[in-house]
Design a protein around this ligand. Structure first.
Ligand code: GLV
Length: 308
């Protein structure tokens, strides 16, 4: 196994130790240092440099060090016969839900305004809406947990996915583009938890944003490429949505000259809504390496047609 995680050497080191402890007879290297390339059968990657995977002729599995695997599917050097797996470490969906609840409740309870009032020594009670509807886009492993957490607060929660809606208790599940167009004007907060695929890229564009409710909130904790950023800037000027909480952007790190940095309608965090814990990831990845050896079905294998 070779772990390729440029810029994340500390996590790569902890993951390597975790894998060695769990699988003592497996050789584990951290890129760019490892043994014979033609003996490497599995790679763990978080945004490996383009072309690097071409150097492993015996490759059978590539695991993402994270829930998203689009960075692997977009690499032409991952041949069709190589299994691509996501790593949904324990705690990941819970941490995302915590971030989502924080973003949504901060908007609903007008905490930004109260913080501004405090700085101006202004004692000003502000009301908040009695009813509140959240629309969660993407009802996969992440979306379901966030939707349930929002429903537990007493919010009305709509959970949307592109294809068939599977029932989730406490959540009103919807599927298909027409249902999305109908739901958008009702949502006080729209939370994007979709996988990035050719079908979901640029979904949040001018026509999507134009259907959002005035004063509403957009939260993106999925991928920057779900949002057309110029369209969002225009939409914020019109107040629909009124605010955007973005944990992800199209170019990461966000370039210094980007208008999001000091836009009053944008709250920005540097892709930290849910961080994969190397120990928890080692559990899942070691399990998959054992399965790969035994010829058993892999956990969280990505369907290349669907893209997640
Ligand atoms: C983070 O963005 C992940 O895919 O786990």
């Amino acid at each position: 196994v070779v772990i390729i995680m440029p810029g994340r050497e500390a996590e790569a080191g902890r993951l390597a130790e975790g894998l060695r402890r769990r699988l003592p007879s497996t050789a584990v290297g951290v890129w760019p240092e490892y043994g014979a390339a033609d003996e490497v059968t599995a790679v763990v990657s978080w945004r490996h440099p383009p072309g690097v995977l071409e150097g492993f002729p015996a490759l059978r599995m590539v695991a993402s060090f994270g829930a998203g695997a689009e960075h692997l599917l977009e690499d032409a050097a991952v041949p069709a016969g190589v299994a691509v797996v996501r790593t949904v470490a324990d705690g990941l969906a819970r941490d995302l839900a915590e971030y989502v609840v924080a973003a949504v409740t901060r908007h609903r309870r007008r905490l930004r305004e109260h913080e501004r009032d405090q700085r101006r020594r202004r004692w000003r009670p502000r009301t908040y809406p009695a009813r509140w509807t959240d629309l969660v886009l993407g009802m996969g492993r992440m979306g379901v947990v966030s939707a349930r957490a929002l429903a537990a607060l007493g919010h009305e929660v709509l959970g949307w996915r592109r294809s068939v809606a599977a029932p989730v208790s406490g959540v009103n599940c919807l599927a298909g583009m027409p249902a999305l167009a109908d739901a958008l004007p009702d949502a006080d907060a729209v939370v994007c938890l979709l996988p990035l695929t050719p079908a979901t890229g640029d979904l949040i564009d001018e026509s999507f944003l134009a259907r959002m409710k005035p004063g509403s909130l957009l939260v993106n904790v999925a991928r920057g490429r779900h949002v057309v950023e110029d369209d969002l800037l225009d939409a914020l000027d019109r107040g629909r949505p009124k605010h955007a909480v973005l944990d992800v952007v199209r170019t990461e790190p966000l370039p210094p000259e980007h208008p999001f940095w000091d836009h009053p309608g944008v709250t920005l965090t540097p892709h930290v809504a849910a961080l994969t814990d190397p120990e928890a990831a080692a559990d899942r990845i070691a399990d998959n390496l054992r399965r790969l050896d035994a010829g058993e079905p892999l956990l969280d294998e990505v369907d290349r047609e669907l893209g997640y």
